[in-house]
Design a protein. Structure first.
Ligand SMILES: Nc1ncnc2c1ncn2[C@@H]1O[C@H](COP(=O)(O)OP(=O)(O)OP(=O)(O)O)[C@@H](O)[C@H]1O
Ligand SMILES: [Mg+2]
Length: 392
């Protein structure tokens, strides 16, 4: 492993570094750089036995680094288009971030066409595999643990939205991006990753299809990215954690398949408690659980401007602040995934996902009015019927 702040002033081995590498590095500091060789050794030549998962960005391997640290090594599949300097500048932003509820990035490898990220390895995998993945994981999520997980995720996201400069919109909050350490402390992963991936339409469309259950309607329609897109996804995740089921379950009766639709029905009937995970065997604080479900509804309201900021969500989840539940409005729903068509191809202009210059000190509105495409503002208020294009 090499630390770039040292490397910048040092002769670099021309056989392992692309030409012009030193120029690329000027201005980039404190990013740990691993050689491809070290990562190959760490993962036993990226052997299938060490593979712990695969997502839209590439494969993830468990490995042991030279210094003995156990790491999750993510080999990005879309690698060749982004320059080393641009890649490292983005990495630097993520590297500098430290928070109890965010996965720590140790560093990266940028040799040749290889773009590899090296993260802290989390022992208890993701919420998708453990809480929502059936009972195989052997982990029992009691009610206090779920409360801790919900507040932890909200805190991590509030930190990205408000404290980090420039602010970061995650864009892909979902159960598989919430990892758990040995004490089941939640860690948000993949933050800032959208910026590292070149405008690769295939990946973006895959991801839109793959995680559409978490997608805010205004984002699905227009590609408009604001913090409120993350808040919507968080709302879905919150309901998943309380109910122990994933947002879409086709094995359930038609009117129960989509968790958000179901939550709204039960809310209207004042029966939210029926949604709480049955595996808790009644051992939970019913008032708190229903409150969490209502906060989930608050975060998924159709109108983005009505969704509370993540820092407010942290306060209401932890009982430090109240909210007026009579103000909860109907959620924005995308229920027909098969026919979902993104009208304006949301070719992501990655540099818009962060802001630096034009945010105000409270870190609020400017960012929330940002777009990743340039849709007309009226399109953001289109309703579900407009989302589905059945013409084929
Ligand atoms: N730091 C880590 N520690 C332990 N396991 C990890 C770590 N990062 C990722 N994983 C595992 O690798 C799997 C794949 O992660 P990855 O982020 O590539 O895909 P994903 O989250 O399923 O989808 P997406 O590409 O949309 O983020 C995760 O579900 C998790 O099980
Ligand atoms: Mg992920």
């Amino acid at each position: 492993m090499t630390c770039l702040s040292f490397l910048c002033g040092r002769k670099v081995d021309p056989t392992t570094r692309p030409s012009g590498f030193q120029d690329e590095l000027s201005g980039v500091h404190n990013v740990n750089l691993y050689s491809y060789r070290e990562l190959r050794l760490a993962t036993d030549d990226f052997s299938p036995e060490n593979k712990v998962g695969e997502g839209g960005f590439g494969c993830v391997y468990k490995g042991k680094l030279k210094n003995g640290q156990v790491a999750a090594i993510k080999v990005l599949s879309s690698h060749s288009r982004q320059g080393i300097r641009e890649f490292l500048t983005e990495i630097q932003v993520i590297t500098d971030i430290e928070h109890e509820n965010l996965v720590k990035l140790y560093g990266c490898c940028v040799e040749g066409n290889h773009r590899i990220l090296v993260y802290n390895y989390l022992e208890n995998n993701s919420l998708a595999r453990t809480l929502l993945g059936g009972s195989q994981s052997g982990i029992y999520f009691n009610w206090p643990t779920r409360v801790k997980i919900c507040i932890g995720i909200a805190s991590g996201l509030a930190y990205l939205h408000k404290e980090v400069r420039p602010h970061i919109i995650h864009r892909d909050i979902k159960a598989s991006n919430i990892l758990l350490d040995k004490d089941l402390t939640p860690k948000i992963s993949d933050f800032g990753l959208a910026k590292l991936i070149p405008p690769n339409v295939t990946h973006v469309s895959t991801r839109v299809a793959g995680t559409v259950g978490y997608l805010a309607p205004e984002y699905a329609i227009t590609g408009q990215v604001t913090r409120r897109v993350d808040i919507y996804s968080f709302g879905i995740l919150l309901i998943e954690i309380v109910s122990g089921r994933s947002n879409n379950n086709t094995r359930l009766p038609m009117d129960e398949q989509y968790i958000l639709e179901r939550t709204w029905q039960l809310y209207e009937r004042n029966e939210l408690v029926l949604l709480v995970d049955a595996t808790l065997n009644g051992d939970f604080d019913a008032e708190q659980a229903c409150r969490f479900l209502k906060i989930g509804l608050l975060c998924t309201q159709d109108s983005p401007m009505l969704r509370p900021s993540m820092s407010t969500v942290v306060e209401i989840l932890s009982g430090k602040k109240d909210f007026d539940e009579s103000t909860i409005t109907k959620p924005g729903l995308i229920t027909d995934f098969r026919d979902l068509k993104i009208k304006s191809n949301p070719k992501p202009q990655h540099h818009l996902y962060h802001t630096s210059s034009n945010q105000n000190s409270s870190g609020s509105d400017t960012l929330d009015n940002m777009t990743s495409t340039s849709p007309s503002s009226s399109r953001a208020t289109m309703t579900f019927t407009a989302i589905c294009d059945r013409s084929g």
